[in-house]
Design a protein around this ligand. Structure first.
Ligand code: G16
Length: 547
């Protein structure tokens, strides 16, 4: 194995950490990290009884020169948090110490090196991804594991493949077909009641949307989905834009969900049609946001908070109609707009929990409910269902005394469960979920928007020498370090009606993120700027102070 290790040496002593979504940095810094993660994935497979483990090469919403790697556990979920520390330790071990560190991990986890190990590898469309995928495969093989290269896939596809491989006897060659057939079939079943003579009939719902693929793998995913839905009774009318994978610098550039959410602008790459839904995904298609431009050319964003409220309010209606004893809760992060939280708790009467940023935290919290809906404001989220929920649904179909009025809702709940990719946020599955609900409600995007009004908000990035000087508590809502920063933020927030602001170090980019919201646009602009300047002053800002 030493010869392979020597082919992928650690070239500098810069510390790299398994962050919000795996390791992320410049692609040129990652070869040894990815090679070592190939080894770790094979080790993890052995630790999990030779189950398939996923390894995804992507830097998602980050710029094209970046890349990253994240591992996927046997049920398609994010790598167990205790293993993130092991991953960081192995990634940073000096070259001569790597084998020793690896042996320690294997020993402390009682790994039998003779057992088979299976690793699924996937990658996004970045120009560095193929090379890094090869490094990962070399790592798996160096540790005598089997690597299955799934090539260009969205992150949620790979999560689902891992789940399917470990829970069914689906052959590897059929995983893609299973994924898209499941989406196409369940979506069609949900929409069929509203189709008459191939025409959609439900009040204000219009079957036309613009899909912004961020010039990444999401564009490939949607094209595949569209080919699978051909011939179904209901075909979603999708116009696919930003699908140029041949020009790497176009990835996430002035398009995609992160751009739309941060800049509060429609994506570039096509001219929006007034009133028509725009669906923007990110570079690996695990996030989605909706938007539209009105007749006066004003931009309207329907972010993850809006998707969460739409989904939760529909699912709660299904639960009520079904008569099943299921509790439903919603999980958000500190980035959730204050008015969305108010609407969910006060109007929908649904309990809300707040988790730290990072899907892994939200997912974990959502598992506490029978039906746990979780979404980050940036559009990353899904719905998870407890075994109790799944069992009650199945039992209802076997119960001959169950009346049809309830079964109708239970059937729909089951169809929703089939459509949702519960392993992780999935832009395409989430989009279909939103479309199915809008169609069932007979809503236009404008109808959806009227549920509540967002408080004006702003997100800013501040460049500092070392972002880790900032530490947070209370699910990112307060910062405990550096001394005095939180007190300054409190003083600034107190100046503005309905003001709220927090700061946290990003786990995917070398920046500190600043979030602010307030009653008016003018106030929020001022608050965000003042907090950003304070961070720059007290946390070692580099470059000119933010404006
Ligand atoms: C990843 C995580 C998300 C997180 C986002 C930004 O998304 O999966 O949960 O919200 O990073 O994280 P941070 O603010 O720490 O940079 P993605 O889509 O980039 O994989």
């Amino acid at each position: 194995m030493q010869a392979e290790i020597d082919r992928y040496p650690r070239k500098n002593d810069v510390y790299i950490q398994y962050g919000t979504a795996g390791f992320r940095t410049k692609a040129t810094e990652l070869d040894h990290v990815v090679f070592r993660m190939g080894i770790l994935a094979a080790l993890r497979s052995r630790a999990k009884g030779s189950a398939a483990i996923g390894l995804m090469i992507t830097a998602s919403h980050n710029p094209e020169p970046d890349n990253g790697v994240k591992l996927i556990d046997p049920h398609g979920e994010m790598l167990e948090m205790e293993w993130e520390e092991i991953a960081s330790r192995l990634a940073n071990a000096p070259n001569p110490e790597f084998q020793g560190e690896l042996a320690k991990v294997a020993m402390s986890n009682g790994i039998d090196a003779a057992k088979p190990a299976l690793v699924f590898i996937g990658r996004d469309s970045r120009s560095s991804s193929q090379r890094l995928a090869e490094a990962a495969i070399a790592g798996v093989k160096a540790y005598c594991g089997t690597a299955v290269d799934h090539g260009l896939v969205t992150t949620p596809m790979l999560h689902y493949y891992v789940f399917l491989r470990n829970t069914t006897d689906c052959p590897d060659a059929d995983l893609e077909k299973s994924y898209f057939s499941k989406l196409a079939t369940s979506f069609n079943v949900l929409c069929e009641p509203y189709v008459q003579n191939q025409t959609i009939v439900n009040k204000n719902y219009a079957n036309a949307l613009d899909f912004d693929g961020a010039n990444g793998v999401g564009a490939v995913g949607i094209d595949k989905f569209l080919s699978y839905q051909k011939g179904q009774n209901f075909e979603l009318g999708v116009h696919v834009h930003n699908k140029d994978l041949s020009t790497p610098s176009k990835l996430n550039h002035e398009c995609g969900s992160d751009f739309v959410k941060l800049q509060m602008k429609p994506p570039n790459g096509f001219k929006p049609t007034s009133g028509r839904r725009i669906v923007s995904v990110d570079g690996d298609a695990d996030r989605v946001v909706y938007s539209y431009v009105d007749s006066e050319n004003n931009f309207h964003l329907m972010d993850g908070d809006r998707i969460a409220t739409l989904v939760a309010s529909y699912l709660i209606d299904l639960v009520k109609g079904s008569g099943l004893n299921l509790n439903l809760g919603l999980v958000q992060t500190a980035y959730a707009n204050g008015n969305s939280t108010k609407y969910i708790t006060e109007t929908l009467n649904i309990p809300v929990a707040c988790a730290s940023t990072g899907v892994k935290h939200l997912h974990h919290k959502a598992l506490e409910f029978d039906i746990g809906v979780y979404f980050e404001a940036n559009g990353h989220g899904t719905v998870v269902f407890s075994n109790n929920a799944k069992n009650l649904v199945l039992q209802a179909f076997e119960d001959s005394t169950m009346d049809e009025s309830k079964l109708k809702w239970i059937r729909r709940l089951q169809q929703m469960m089939n459509l949702i990719n519960s392993t992780v946020g999935d832009a395409i599955s989430d989009m279909l979920l939103v479309e199915a609900i809008l169609l069932a409600r007979g809503w236009s995007i404008q109808d959806w928007e009227t549920a509540y009004h967002d408080l004006p908000s702003r997100l800013k990035k501040v460049y500092v020498k070392d972002r880790n000087v900032i530490e947070t508590v209370d699910a990112d809502r307060r910062c405990s370090k550096p001394d005095g920063l939180q007190e300054q933020i409190d003083l600034l927030v107190a100046k503005y009606p309905n003001g709220r602001s927090f700061v946290r170090p990003s786990g995917t980019e070398d920046v500190v993120r600043v979030y602010a919201e307030a009653e008016t646009e003018e106030d929020v602009v001022a608050l965000a700027e003042e907090v950003a300047k304070t961070v720059h002053n007290l946390a070692g800002g580099v470059g000119p102070p933010p404006s």
